[in-house]
Design a protein around this ligand. Structure first.
Ligand code: ARG
Length: 439
């Protein structure tokens, strides 16, 4: 175990049990933040050099040391573990071991309090970029299926009861639109977090003319969190916003997964999942189970639980409190697991096979009743009268086909006027934003 960064004498050593309690799982969670912490430290070094607190030689050496650490961490030759109190201390310990005095200068003008905020924000924003890209990829995969097989009729359900004729395309385009909403929310949240907390130190600034704006620019952030108290008070709140965006996407993933698990039952048999996306039973030789989509459906609870856990920690007065460390594990864990579930989305969308005959056969004559009532109303019969007349005769829809019903569904957004190009425009706009800045 290395000495804690704040320790100057052996007598200050906390008991090993106490040290383990303080670090907890935190140092392991810091593995997810480590590259972000290193990146922010590199920016901080540049800032210190620009104000003359670090000379150019030390700054160059520190930058090279940080690059080497990032490299060793990626390769697994540097392991962040309980030898260190946290990732922040590990960076300083590594640089000091490698560079001596230069390493001991790296923490000038900052605190672990703003260091952890900078690392968390960078992790959150990188995660939100992945979330935006993944939800767009799911939407795109869905729209590709719409183009290929979208016109196949299927029942539209309300209350899981057959309602009116619809199409496979309408179902899948509906999910695509939801995922585009999710991508926009992820992007908006990314923008909302576009501010640098680095240089607020322990929460009250420092007696140095830190180049906070230059450091922010190096980190790709467009403005500062000005006030150090605001920076500390945003801890946890920023995480909640990021998890809210993740949760929105996971709710939609759950809907889709639910639809698939339902439609793959023999009772429906509307869709089939390929063997690569199902598992066998250990006991029942006849089974193929949709475990993959079931675990996708189960991805949301981790996110919801993390939001509750984080919000529970935040009952605190202003400023930094070590309690805040307890927001890290639920955040990192929920974000990592949630993104992993979403990452399989495009594969599932592409893998589903559609049984168009089964779907079509599930559309019965009763389902034209709404068309007939609305037609009569459009021709002048008061709607309620038309409704009653058709209700006593719902099965009598001779000669009607799903295609005719769908061709007449001209209300904006409905089957005959889906205006899918508007959805594609939103998708493309977001994709080009991702391609041009920040990926
Ligand atoms: N691991 C700590 C956290 O996540 C880092 C900050 C420690 N700061 C302190 N003043 N003890 O909050």
């Amino acid at each position: 175990v290395t000495r804690a960064v704040w320790q100057s004498a052996e007598s200050e050593s906390p008991d090993a049990d106490v040290m383990a309690f303080l670090a907890g799982e935190d140092v392991v969670m810091d593995r997810a933040l480590f590259v972000h912490d290193i990146r922010a430290t590199r920016a901080h070094v540049g800032g210190l050099m620009r104000i003359g607190v670090l000379n150019a030689n030390d700054a160059r050496a520190l930058e090279a040391g940080l690059d080497a650490l990032a490299d060793e961490h990626a390769k697994g030759t540097f392991v962040l573990d309980a030898r260190f109190e946290d990732g922040h201390s590990a960076i300083e310990a590594y640089l000091t071991a490698k560079l001596g005095d230069a390493g001991k200068r790296v923490h000038t003008g900052r605190s672990r309090n703003d260091q952890v905020l900078a690392a968390l924000r960078s992790f959150a924003r990188a995660s939100l970029e992945t979330l935006t890209a993944t939800t767009l990829a799911i939407a795109r995969a869905l729209l590709a299926r719409v183009d290929a097989i979208g016109s196949a009729p299927m029942p539209g359900y309300t209350h899981l009861q057959r309602a009116v004729p619809s199409t496979v395309g309408y179902w899948l385009a509906g999910l695509a639109e939801s995922f585009v909403d999710d991508a926009e929310l992820a992007r908006a949240t990314w923008s909302w977090l576009d501010a640098s907390p680095l240089g607020t130190a322990a929460g009250y600034g420092v007696n140095l003319p830190l180049d906070r704006d230059g450091v922010a620019r190096d980190l790709g952030l467009s403005r500062l969190v000005l006030n150090g108290v605001a920076a500390q008070n945003a801890r946890g709140k920023a995480e909640l916003a990021a998890l809210n965006a993740l949760g929105a996407a996971l709710l939609d993933l759950r809907r889709f997964a639910w639809d698939l698990s339902l439609f793959t039952t023999e009772e429906f048999a509307f869709v089939r999942l390929p063997d690569a996306l199902t598992t066998g039973s250990s006991l029942m030789p006849n089974k193929r189970n949709p475990d993959v989509v079931e675990l996708m459906r189960a991805a949301y609870p981790r996110c919801a639980g993390a939001q509750v856990e984080i919000a529970s920690v935040l009952s605190l007065p202003s400023g930094y409190h070590r309690d805040l460390q307890a927001t890290k594990a639920p955040f990192v864990d929920a974000m990592t697991k949630g993104l992993a579930a979403l990452a399989l989305g495009p594969l599932v969308v592409r893998g589903v096979t559609i049984n168009a005959e089964k779907m079509r056969a599930a559309i019965n004559a009763d389902m034209y009743a709404t068309d007939r009532a609305v037609e009569a109303a459009a021709a002048g019969t008061p709607f309620r009268e038309a409704y009653r007349a058709i209700k006593s005769d719902v099965g009598n829809a001779s000669g009607r086909t799903p295609e005719e019903s769908l061709a007449a569904r001209v209300s904006p957004g409905a089957h005959a006027a889906p205006r899918t190009e508007e959805l594609r425009a939103r998708l493309d706009a977001l994709a080009s934003v991702l391609a041009t800045n920040g990926n």
